[in-house]
Design a protein around this ligand. Structure first.
Ligand code: TYR
Length: 508
């Protein structure tokens, strides 16, 4: 008889609360800079940093270790929480309508592990009189997001530092009794800042991470952002890849690409795209919002709605979609990955971890980035409550519904019940929401004290505008889209391409 323990799956539940979804308040996943820079949060940030550090150091063979959890995304292609005979492949869903929903339980798993480590491993280290207060801080803690689409975006301060900020170091020493030491020569501080990079004692090749896309991920003992292009025998490149490089200024530069332009107030390239994503009425179909490669099934209601007049589109590709849908959550997400990791299309640079999906999840910044993606999904859901994977269901009716497809390898309980897109649609059931989505606030009540959906949605839109709407230029009331098709992997395409477009008003 096999013991239950060997066949039980890991239940991903989120951090427990008793809140009723979309009714009672739930803790917020905070914006990382605001959260860290508030000295009142120093103990909670210290709790998080210590738990993440511990998580990263758990035995790489442990199913619930950082290494194994990050390894779900791509390499080393190991089955996770599934029988060993299942070929794990790359579990991550990209180029798929499941892209947004697959990453929701993935992030939840990461958040839950950090919470468990806080409770089981970190709080017991604190002085007894501090423990009840720390327990409350852990219960109200939620994973932070990094908004890379705001004006004057930068890599979060805490991510940039190999050392921890003063307030947090003080809290580590004062509350947890952690011996904070500074190496007078290197300036390195113990414990390390686990948000700066993920470091391994031996080259990652030893743990099953091979060369990928000709980049030497196997020799790396640390994740990298904007490492040099690697050539066999180049000693300097080899050393940098081995020890890891964090060229965060290059990340900032890439993210600000369009801000250097006409006006300092110009939103970032990504800001404009995020604004388009979240503008009401932009999307008729969830699939167009969700992914770069969603094609409405031929003959389905969405394909018919998208078709032009007979003959009009002879020269266009079959997957042409109306201009309003020419960006997607996955597309802005891809741009951010390349901007953060460093791109092989830039002269001299290799592909840092974040730019290669097979190992991106090992860079701790991946999680801050994906928390932001989940936030954008939640805001979009709030603004488009009727849109979901339903149009794709038509396509899949013979083989089962897309919205009911398992988001492998994530389970809702110990009994192998898989998560599906429908099961993760309501995020507040997992005990979190985002600062823009506080449905319980009194300002969303009407005269009779009843929740007003209209007031709420209007306010969410207002907040989106304040964060991402272009602040310069004269508004014509039109949204012009110029569709240029090019091969994004042509080497040496400059990171920003200017196009002069002449718009001629039709006066007939
Ligand atoms: N491969 C994606 C970028 C990407 C990188 C890392 C990821 O984890 C995910 C996506 C693209 O084609 O643009």
């Amino acid at each position: 008889m096999t013991s239950a323990a060997t066949t039980e799956t890991y239940p991903i539940t989120g951090i427990p609360t008793n809140a009723r979804p979309q009714i009672d308040p739930v803790p917020l996943r905070p914006e990382i800079n605001a959260w860290v820079s508030n000295p009142a949060n120093a103990d909670q940030v210290a709790l998080f940093v210590l738990a993440l550090d511990k998580f990263q150091k758990l035995d790489y063979e442990d199913k619930l270790s950082y290494f194994k959890v990050c390894g779900i995304h791509g390499l080393p292609r190991a089955p996770w929480d599934q029988p060993p005979n299942v070929d794990g492949g790359y579990y991550c869903a990209h180029g798929s309508i499941l892209f947004p929903t697959w990453h929701r339980p993935y992030l939840l798993l990461f958040e839950q592990r950090i919470y468990e480590i806080m409770i089981n491993d970190i709080i017991p280290l604190a002085k007894p009189q501090d423990q009840p207060r720390l327990l409350d801080l852990a219960k109200s803690w939620r994973f932070p997001y990094w908004d890379w689409a705001v004006v004057n975006v930068d890599v979060p301060d805490i991510v940039r530092r190999p050392f921890l900020p003063e307030v947090i170091s003080k809290s580590l020493a004062g509350v947890f009794g952690v011996n904070v030491q500074k190496d007078p020569e290197t300036g390195a501080i113990q414990p390390n800042n686990p948000l700066y990079s993920f470091r391994t004692p031996e080259p990652m090749g030893k743990y099953g991470i091979p060369v990928d896309n000709s980049q030497p991920y196997d020799i790396a003992k640390s994740t990298s952002r904007y490492p040099p292009r690697y050539k066999q025998g180049d000693q300097s490149a080899e050393t940098q890849w081995t020890n890891g490089v964090q060229n965060n200024d290059d990340v900032t530069k890439a993210l600000r690409v369009q801000q250097d332009d006409d006006s300092p107030n110009h939103p970032s390239a990504l800001g404009g795209s995020v604004y388009r994503l979240l503008t009401p009425g932009q999307y008729k179909y969830y699939g167009d919002f969700a992914t770069v490669t969603y094609n409405p099934p031929s003959g389905s209601s969405s394909a018919k709605a998208d078709a032009g007049a007979p003959g009009e589109r002879e020269n266009l590709k079959a997957n042409f979609r109306p201009p309003s849908s020419h960006t997607s959550l996955e597309s802005v997400h891809n741009t951010a990955h390349h901007s953060i990791g460093g791109d092989f299309t830039l002269p001299g640079f290799g592909t840092g971890h974040m730019a290669d999906q097979s190992i991106a999840a090992f860079d701790p910044i991946f999680w801050l980035h994906h928390c932001h993606i989940d936030r954008l999904l939640a805001i979009w859901q709030t603004l488009n409550p009727d849109l979901w994977l339903l149009d794709a269901d038509v396509e899949r009716s013979a083989r089962g519904k897309m919205s009911e497809k398992a988001l492998s390898p994530f389970h809702a309980d110990k009994k192998r019940t898989s998560y599906t897109s429908n099961k993760v649609r309501e995020w507040t059931q997992f005990g979190y929401t985002y600062p823009e989505l506080q449905y319980w606030l009194p300002q969303y009540r009407d005269g009779n004290g009843k929740f007003s959906q209209e007031k709420y949605v209007a306010d969410v839109s207002r907040q989106v505008k304040a964060l991402y709407a272009p602040t310069t230029g004269t508004s014509t009331g039109y949204d012009y889209v110029v569709n240029v098709e090019y091969d994004r992997y042509v080497p040496r395409i400059p990171s920003r391409t200017d196009a002069d477009v002449l718009l001629i008003k039709d006066s007939h």
